[in-house]
Design a protein around this ligand. Structure first.
Ligand SMILES: [Zn+2]
Length: 266
């Protein structure tokens, strides 16, 4: 049996899962995925995430405004987020952050939404799930000024030195599909040298496919391939790595143990 694992970042609400979401969640359970944290990307999807999470106790919803969808966000969404945070239980605020990959990005506006969400996280004492593409340095500075006590930089792709600065701030680093590619030397060096107690495993499904997967769409069951890669790179038993990642996730998101699946795949 595969080690029990929490997928700390899976967009199970994404439309790519509309035709067969139930089966995808079942395949994840069969692959010993005991819990999933669902990052939110835009206000239009918040009710959908609530609906899906309500149907499965081991799915943990978050609420957030993703930097890639800044054109869809409005200031009213921030007010709505504050009202939602007062009404419902969320594992985190996110996915929020900065992304300067696309040529038409509006970094000033992205920064406004990001800082506002950091402030809400402080207000509600919640961790943040951070998206940082080509922006790790700016993120570190903003976290120093406005960040809550804890959070995760998901799909981390900064330097080793920046990773240690984030760890010093109390943040974790998330790793997923990209580490399964043998050519990802820099990422693999990070996974090998960072302390396991500061890392968590994720898929980012349906995005960021793993190496050699059979379909273009990633899914949460594939987190076991991320675990296998970690185990090979760190020359450590998969069960130890799974346990460390799960403990970090439970601590970071304050996940209720009794809502996780106790005996996956049985
Ligand atoms: Zn994501």
């Amino acid at each position: 049996m595969k080690p029990a694992l929490i997928d700390t970042h899976v967009h199970i609400d994404d439309c790519q899962f509309d035709p067969d979401r139930e089966k995808v969640i079942q395949r994840a359970t069969d692959a010993s995925v005991t819990g999933m944290v669902i990052p939110a990307v835009c206000a239009a999807h918040w009710p959908r995430i609530q609906r899906i999470a309500n149907a499965y106790p081991h799915l943990f919803p978050t609420i957030g405004l993703h930097p890639l969808y800044t054109a869809e966000h409005s200031k009213e969404h921030l007010l709505l987020m504050e009202a939602e945070l007062a009404r419902h239980c969320y594992a985190a605020i996110g996915e929020c952050g900065l992304d300067t990959f696309l040529p038409d990005h509006n970094i000033e506006l992205q920064r406004e939404y990001f800082v506002a969400q950091l402030q809400l996280a402080r207000q509600f004492k919640l961790p943040v799930i951070i998206h940082a593409r080509k922006t790790v340095e700016q993120i570190i500075l903003l976290l120093r000024a406005h960040g809550p006590e804890k959070g995760v930089v998901h799909s981390y792709n900064g330097s080793l030195q920046q990773a240690h600065r984030l760890i010093d701030l109390g943040y974790s680093l998330g790793f997923g599909g990209p580490v399964t590619y043998p050519r990802a030397r820099k990422l693999r060096a990070l996974v090998t040298s960072l302390p396991m107690e500061n890392m968590i495993l994720e898929t980012d499904a349906p995005f960021q496919p793993i190496h050699d997967q059979s379909s273009a769409r990633n899914e949460p069951a594939n987190i076991q391939s991320v675990l296998t890669t970690f185990s090979q790179l760190r020359k450590a038993p998969a069960t130890d790595i799974a346990m460390a990642s799960n403990q970090n996730a439970i601590r970071l998101f304050e996940l209720a143990d009794d809502r996780l699946i106790a005996n996956p795949g049985q």
